[in-house]
Design a protein around this ligand. Structure first.
Ligand SMILES: [Zn+2]
Length: 126
């Protein structure tokens, strides 16, 4: 089983001897996770532990590498805020309002795993 931990969350008992642990998502955690998915075989299981944004990024990465959704478990830690997708200008950033176009957005509960962001909806009241 592959266990990737981003941040300082506790290592689960099921993590085995060598979970990948990284203080933050970046090139090192990307390279480690890509190596894990490269050698994954049928029956591979993956546990992703980190902020909602971090687990969304690695879940999408695993799916693109050929994993099935039920092979991936996620544990979301409370640290880290998700960015917001602005449908007005198509950018992702902290919001509201959109840093790029200034649109006032209402942040929905929908999370895009591809973008690692919540969906913003233009505020009709503004
Ligand atoms: Zn925008």
């Amino acid at each position: 089983m592959t266990v990737l931990i981003i941040g300082d969350a506790d290592r689960p008992d099921s993590a085995g001897e060598s979970p990948g642990r990284f203080a933050a998502r970046g090139p090192q955690s990307d390279a480690w996770f890509d190596a894990e998915t490269d050698r994954a075989v049928v029956g591979w299981r993956c546990v992703l532990i980190g902020s909602a944004a971090d687990v969304a990024v690695y879940r999408e990465r695993a799916l693109r590498a050929g994993a099935e959704p039920d092979e991936i478990s996620v544990v979301v830690t409370p640290d880290g805020a998700l960015d917001v997708y602005c449908p007005v200008c198509g950018t992702v950033g902290p919001a509201p309002p959109c840093e790029s176009c200034g649109a006032n957005l209402v942040v929905s509960d929908h999370v895009s795993s591809r973008l690692a962001a919540r969906l913003g909806v233009p505020d009709a009241a503004s």
